[in-house]
Design a protein around this ligand. Structure first.
Ligand code: T5A
Length: 223
């Protein structure tokens, strides 16, 4: 990637999301991709869900670390995550895309389908409609699914944190839950192979980054 002029075809931006189980390496790979694209002259915005704006980050903290003793229902969790997305999409993602930027997002609505749908068991058709509503119909141009077993992802997260973060409600939901998340992501990828590209994520970061760069370059060439 040597041409540093702003590509005309990016006037409508490019929306790339990263998905996968806990500890899959999304944050690591997103930063590597952002650096690569920025070196090529692309204007990138790196963001995440839950979160991404002030209000959405406040909702993220509630979803992840709520510890008042009152049980947070699955329905409330879904609605809080969706409320954050409504803020994030309208106040950050859509304006960035309208400005011709590449938006790189750590998780998006496929996580809602996998975690709140397949793993928590909330009706998938309702989640599909809620995803569409909360995201204002905004569909990622490309989704990279980092494919790693929940066990290996947890090993990585544990190596980073010395223990699994027990104050993180979703992280602490148990291995059966995280296996359902993993299976859910596989179903999402199988249902939408044009958009969702599965990348094996058990190898070294540089190797994974090479594969992702190839996929993203291909997407850029098609614009
Ligand atoms: N959630 C989210 C929902 O339930 N519904 C939703 O709709 C949405 C959007 C977000 C939580 O919210 C849930 C899912 C999550 O539980 P989070 O803290 O952002 O919480 O959790 P994760 O997205 O899972 O983030 P993690 O930081 O845990 O994992 P990453 O970003 O996938 O992994 P990363 O890059 O931080 O790497 C983890 C460790 O592994 C090392 C890194 O150095 C780091 O120490 N590593 C590697 N080690 C070996 N080989 C590699 N290839 C490595 N790549 C990274």
């Amino acid at each position: 990637m040597t041409d540093k002029t702003y590509p005309r075809s990016l006037r409508h931006g490019l929306f790339i999301t990263f998905e996968g189980p806990e500890g899959a390496g999304k944050t690591t790979q997103l930063q590597m991709l952002r650096d690569y694209l920025a070196a090529g002259g692309y204007d990138c915005v790196l963001t995440r869900e839950p979160g991404g704006t002030v209000v959405a980050e406040q909702l993220r903290a509630l979803v992840k670390h709520h510890d008042s003793g009152e049980i947070m229902t699955d329905e409330a969790e879904l609605l809080l995550i969706s409320a954050g997305r409504a803020q994030h999409v309208r106040n950050l993602i859509l304006p960035a895309l309208a400005a011709g930027k590449i938006v790189l997002c750590d998780r998006f609505y496929d996580s809602t389908t996998a975690y709140q749908g397949y793993a928590r068991g909330i009706d998938l058709d309702f989640i599909r409609r809620l995803n569409s509503f909360s995201s204002c119909g905004c569909v990622p141009d490309l989704t990279i699914l980092l494919d790693i077993s929940p066990e290996q992802g947890f090993d990585r997260a544990a190596a980073r944190e010395s223990t699994i973060n027990v104050s993180d409600r979703i992280e602490a939901a148990g291995m059966d839950f995280h296996r359902r998340v993993y299976d859910g992501f596989q179903k999402i990828a199988a249902a939408d192979p044009q958009r969702v590209k599965v990348v094996a994520a058990s190898g070294p970061p540089a190797e994974i980054n090479q594969q992702i760069k190839g996929i993203v370059e291909h997407a850029l060439q098609k614009l």
